[in-house]
Design a protein around this ligand. Structure first.
Ligand code: SF4
Length: 210
């Protein structure tokens, strides 16, 4: 748990990004800054790329169709969204759904590192190629490396990172669905969060519902 203590709710305000304007193009395209959600003492942290249209509209990471897939995989792993923290590499929506630029990722890095430092999670899960490459500082073949666990130095400490495809990949390519669910199940086991280790989700029960 965090060196700052375990009172996640009371500390949530501290992790809100205040009126940041470091990325001119994103300031132009965003409706709002989309902060991370979930307990600030969570042992499991999911990191995505950045807000899309629905996230920008609703002010929460991973809502809409991708969020539905993530929620379903979390439930299958015996987890609730409220058990984990979910955040992004950049907090503001890039225009036309483009990837964030290297400069934008660097601009927002401090916000992400503050969040990692505060949580001090047991496990970080990168959702997609962009956050995987950003946190590992190397190129990543995400389809092949999804499910791998590596160590990375983040926010001043060595952190365990589990790589995953983005949940949207399962919408475009249904063959990635089983692997994504297995990776989220592995995240539950490695982090010790949820009931996976106590006879919880079987990893397959909901796969046919989407
Ligand atoms: S993406 Fe991050 S660094 Fe850029 S303007 Fe938004 S909050 Fe600031």
């Amino acid at each position: 748990m965090s060196e700052y203590g375990g009172d996640g709710g009371a500390l949530d305000e501290d992790l809100r990004v205040p009126a940041c304007e470091r990325c001119p193009a994103l300031v132009e395209s965003r409706s709002r800054i989309v902060d991370g959600v979930g307990p600030t003492d969570a042992d499991l942290l999911f990191v995505g790329e950045g807000p899309g249209a629905t996230e920008d509209e609703e002010g929460e990471p991973f809502v809409g169709r991708s969020g539905d897939v993530l929620d379903e995989a979390l439930r299958d792993a015996g987890l609730a969204r409220a058990d984990v923290r979910i955040t992004n590499c950049v907090r503001c929506r890039p225009p036309d759904n483009r990837d964030p630029t290297t400069e934008e990722l660097v601009n927002c890095r401090g916000h992400l590192e503050s969040e990692i430092d505060r949580l001090d999670p047991e496990l970080i899960v990168t959702l997609g190629k962009v956050p995987s490459e950003h946190l590992l500082d190397r190129s990543v073949a995400i389809t092949g490396e999804s499910g791998d666990v590596v160590d990375a130095r983040l926010a001043g400490a060595s952190r365990r990172v589990l790589l995953s495809v983005h949940p949207a990949a399962t919408l475009y390519d249904r063959s990635q669905r089983d692997g994504f669910f297995e990776t989220i199940g592995r995240a539950a086991e490695l982090s010790g969060v949820g009931d996976r280790g106590e006879g919880g989700g079987d990893g397959q029960s909901r796969l046919g519902e989407f």
